[in-house]
Design a protein around this ligand. Structure first.
Ligand SMILES: Cc1cc2nc3c(=O)[nH]c(=O)nc-3n(C[C@H](O)[C@H](O)[C@H](O)COP(=O)(O)O)c2cc1C
Length: 415
């Protein structure tokens, strides 16, 4: 049940591995694509075999690795015909040059020419090659034809030099592939997502916090990016990798800081998704020095800012999604929260239920709107995020006075 709706489930990916130093990363890439439910066919260029053996990729893919154009005379037509998306990682300066100029002198470049679907390239090379204007012209040509480019990143290159040219992280490449398959119903929508816990300090070393990991909020931020949104992520302390493609990323500690960052980013925002678990209380007094150890300690707490309520009171409030993490199936409290805080959607989850709530990769949610609720089975947080965005997209479409997200996008295209 958990993997049922994975974006890449049953997708057929044709991975081209060209002869660059990053070729060894393609083994991990194949494994990760398969974990996402995709099936992977691999084409290796002759040069790539200097960097990695076909056997390694064959084992990772669980499929024969293709390389020679003439081994199977029809492979350059049949392989692309059976493919949903082509990915070239690493993409060398040489293969990019061939693609950009219609050269088809090996299996990979010939498959590229005969393939009718979307292509993603992950360039990787020394910065001197990357800077070369002829290479840049080739790259521009490909992207102008709709080829999707991911990376390269700046950093330490294989040769030890610093500069641009490192192949994008495997996780970024996978997000790019997922994005290519995602609907774009949040195209250019400005979305603020909050995630993780906050900390309220008693003294310089001790704080009150909660068990939120940030997983649900980060999954929502990634899903919004895939669906075309411009995403600002305001995150409390979390160990999760920062999503690729964010418009802005703000890290905060206290609920007050989270509130201030949300309000700073608020102008022209279409949707705010409050997936964070900001502390509800903060100590009345934060001691400047560490509190000495003693028999007992009494602390008085005051209410921390209620960000969702504050947003709900705004005259031109954005579309508001709140979360109700409850201990027990207290749907009544979540429904009451929707009304009291003037939210458009409240996502209920019982944090004590199995496979749900804090620090796990799955969640069991109920999406609550006025006069409507949708209870979903246990699913990955990525899938739960997609379901929440479906509900947002659907609700905005039906809201009087606002244009549906999809319609806005269509209008933009027509212009
Ligand atoms: C040690 C070594 C490392 C190389 N690394 C890269 C690289 O990272 N990126 C690149 O574009 N070319 C790199 N090259 C050059 C390519 O291997 C060469 O252009 C080759 O013809 C590429 O063939 P292909 O595009 O068919 O795989 C490297 C060459 C050597 C000898």
């Amino acid at each position: 049940m958990k993997n049922k709706k994975k974006v890449l489930k049953n997708k057929k990916i044709l991975l081209g591995v060209a002869g660059g130093v990053a070729a060894y990363k393609s083994v991990d890439l194949v494994r990760r694509l398969k974990d996402e439910g995709a099936s992977v066919n691999v084409i290796m260029t002759d040069a790539s075999k200097n960097f990695i053996t076909p056997l390694s990729l064959e084992i990772a893919a669980g499929n024969k690795v293709y390389s020679n154009l003439f081994d199977d005379p029809m492979s350059h037509i049949n392989l692309p015909k059976e493919t949903d998306i082509m990915l070239i990682a690493p993409a060398t300066a040489n293969i990019i040059g061939k693609f950009a100029n219609g050269i088809a002198d090996d299996l990979l470049s010939t498959c590229f020419l005969s393939f009718k679907g979307r292509v993603v390239i992950a360039p990787s090379m020394n910065w001197r090659m990357y800077d070369n204007p002829i290479f840049q012209e080739n790259l521009r040509r490909l992207t102008a034809y709709g080829i999707i480019q991911v990376g390269p990143d700046k950093g330490t290159l294989a040769c030890g030099e610093e500069g641009i040219g490192r192949m994008a992280d495997v996780s970024e490449i996978i997000e790019t592939i997922k994005s290519a398959f995602s609907k774009k119903d949040f195209f250019k929508k400005k979305v603020i997502v909050t995630a993780g816990p906050t900390r309220e300090y008693l003294d310089p070393v001790r704080f009150l916090s909660n068990r939120s990991s940030g997983k649900m909020g980060y999954a929502l931020a990634r899903a919004c990016i895939r669906r075309g949104a411009e995403v600002i992520l305001v995150s409390g302390p979390s160990n999760i990798e920062k999503p690729h493609g964010l418009k802005a990323f703000h890290t905060v500690e206290t609920t007050r800081e989270m509130r201030d960052e949300v309000f700073k980013s608020l102008p022209a925002t279409d949707v705010v998704i409050m997936a964070a678990a900001p502390a509800d209380f903060s100590p009345e007094k934060e001691e400047k020095a560490k509190i000495e150890k003693s028999g007992r300690l009494s602390v008085n707490f005051k209410s921390a800012p209620d960000i969702l309520s504050e947003l709900g009171k705004l005259k031109n409030k954005p579309f508001l999604v709140g979360f109700a993490a409850e201990t027990g199936r207290r749907l009544d409290r979540a429904k009451e929260k929707l009304i009291r805080k003037n939210a458009d959607i409240v996502v209920f989850n019982d944090v004590t239920a199995p496979c749900s709530g804090f620090d796990v990769d799955t969640n069991k949610i109920t999406i609550i709107r006025k006069n409507k609720e949708l209870s979903l089975p246990v699913m990955t947080k990525d899938n739960a995020a997609e379901a929440i965005l479906d509900a947002v997209s659907g609700a905005i479409g039906k809201q009087g006075g606002r244009q549906p997200i999809r319609k806005l996008r269509a209008n933009r295209r027509r212009r």
